[in-house]
Design a protein around this ligand. Structure first.
Ligand SMILES: Cc1ncc(COP(=O)(O)O)c(C=O)c1O
Length: 348
C-alpha cells in the first residue's frame, strides 16, 4: 500500500467553478469568486471581513503592514513554527522576538511577558498542527501591554478568531486548499480595506498610477478563488471527516510508545512524538508510508541563529516529532495500515 502524507480533496464544486471562471474568461485577480470566497470564509469563522491573498506568508505580511508594523518594531513570534511566520515579520523591517513552546508545542504564554519591550507592537500566536494557542491569556497580555494580536491560523482552518486579524494558508497540504493562496479575516472594515489596498499595489483614487506607499502584488486569482470557495463550502464536513481520522489514529496507536496526548481543536496533520524517530520514519517509508519531521525551530535557522538553541523545549520536541499521513479522504483501512506498521516497528 502507498500512502502519501497529504492529498487535496477536490470532490465538490471545484471543477464547476473553475470551468465557469474560464468560460467567462475571468481568470485574473478580478471576478466573482474572490469576493464570494472572502465572504464565505469569513462568515464561516464568525468574522465580518476577509481579504484573500496569494499565500499564507503574504497574508501575514498584509496583516502586519495594515497594523503599521515595520522598521524599529518588535513582534513576539513562537520559536516552534514554520519559518514563514518569522519571515513575514522580517520582511516588514520589524524584528521577530522568539518565545519557546510549551508541552503542547504552542507558544508558552508564561514566557511572553519577559520578552516584551517598549518596541513590542504585536504577538503572533500560531495554532500549531490544529491546536489552538492559549488565546485567553494572550489577549490578556496584549490588553495589558497594548499590543496587537495576529493569529497565524495557517494550520487551523475552522478555529474561530480571537485576535485583531487571523491569517490562513491555502497551500496544497492544508485542511482546505486553493493550490496556493491565503486569506486574512478580521472584524475591522478599516483593516480589511487596508489589506486589500496593500495587496493590490496601493492604487490611488487621485490617479491610477500614483502610489503613495510601498505595497505588493499579493492578489489571489479568480481561478484560485474558485477552488477556495468550493473548498470552503465543504469546510464543516471536511473537519468532521478529519475528526474521525483523528479518532481512528487515537485508537490504533493506543498502547504504543508514541506520544499522542494532545487534544487538537481541528486536525491538520496527526502529529506524534516517537522514540527512535528517524528509524521509524525509514521503516514507514520502506512500507510505502510517507511522513514528515517537525519544524526546525527558529533559533536553528541561519538568519535567526541562537547558540543556546539546545536549551529550548522546541529543540527537544523537534528531534522527536513527526507527522503521519493525514488527508480528508483517508480510509480506516489506510489509518489501520499505518498504525499496524508502527506497532510492528516497536515489536508490539
Ligand atoms: C504556521 C504557518 N505559517 C505560515 C505558513 C505559510 O503559508 P504559505 O505556504 O501559504 O505561504 C505555513 C505553511 O506553509 C504555516 O504552516
Amino acid at each position: 500500500m502507498k500512502i502519501p502524507v497529504s492529498k487535496p480533496y477536490l470532490s465538490g464544486n471545484e471543477l464547476k467553478y473553475v470551468t465557469k471562471a474560464i468560460k467567462d474568461s475571468w481568470i485574473s485577480s478580478r471576478g466573482e469568486f474572490i469576493e464570494k470566497f472572502e465572504n464565505k470564509f469569513s462568515s464561516i469563522h464568525g468574522t465580518k471581513y476577509g481579504a484573500a491573498s496569494s499565500s499564507g506568508t503574504n497574508a501575514l505580511i498584509l496583516a502586519l503592514r495594515a497594523l503599521n508594523i515595520g522598521e524599529g518594531d518588535e513582534v513576539i513570534v513562537p520559536e516552534f513554527t514554520m519559518v514563514a511566520t518569522a519571515w513575514a515579520v522580517s520582511y516588514t523591517g520589524a524584528k521577530p522576538v522568539f518565545v519557546d513552546c510549551g508541552d503542547d508545542l504552542n507558544i508558552d504564554v508564561s514566557k511572553i511577558e519577559e520578552k516584551i519591550t517598549p518596541r513590542t507592537k504585536a504577538i503572533i500566536p500560531v495554532h500549531i498542527y490544529g491546536k489552538r494557542a492559549n488565546m485567553e491569556k494572550i489577549i490578556e497580555i496584549a490588553y495589558e501591554y497594548n499590543l496587537y494580536v495576529i493569529e497565524d491560523s495557517c494550520e487551523a482552518h475552522g478555529v474561530p478568531i480571537t485576535g485583531d486579524i487571523a491569517c490562513f494558508s491555502l497551500y496544497g497540504n492544508k485542511i482546505i486548499t486553493a493550490g496556493e493562496g491565503g486569506i486574512c479575516i478580521t472584524n475591522s472594515k478599516r483593516l480589511s480595506d487596508q489589506m486589500k489596498h496593500l495587496r493590490g499595489m496601493a492604487f490611488n483614487k487621485e490617479h491610477t498610477f500614483l502610489h503613495k506607499k510601498f505595497a505588493y502584488n499579493f492578489r489571489m486569482t479568480n481561478l484560485q478563488a474558485a477552488v477556495a470557495l468550493a473548498q470552503t463550502e465543504k469546510l464543516k464536513s471536511i473537519l468532521k471527516k478529519r475528526k474521525q481520522i483523528e479518532k481512528w489514529y487515537n485508537e490504533g496507536l493506543r498502547g504504543l510508545p508514541v506520544m499522542v496526548k494532545i487534544k487538537r481543536d481541528v486536525l491538520w496533520y496527526y502529529d506524534i512524538l516517537a522514540p527512535r524517530r528517524d528509524e521509524l520514519m525509514k521503516y514507514l517509508a520502506d512500507n510505502g508510508i510517507e511522513t514528515r519531521v517537525f519544524f526546525k525551530p527558529m533559533s536553528q535557522q541561519p538568519m535567526y541563529f541562537n547558540p543556546d538553541y539546545k536549551k529550548l523545549k522546541a529543540y527537544y520536541y523537534s528531534l522527536k516529532g513527526l507527522y503521519l499521513p493525514t488527508f480528508t479522504q483517508m480510509t480506516k483501512k489506510e489509518v489501520d495500515y499505518v498504525c499496524q506498521k508502527i506497532r510492528e516497528f516497536y515489536g508490539k
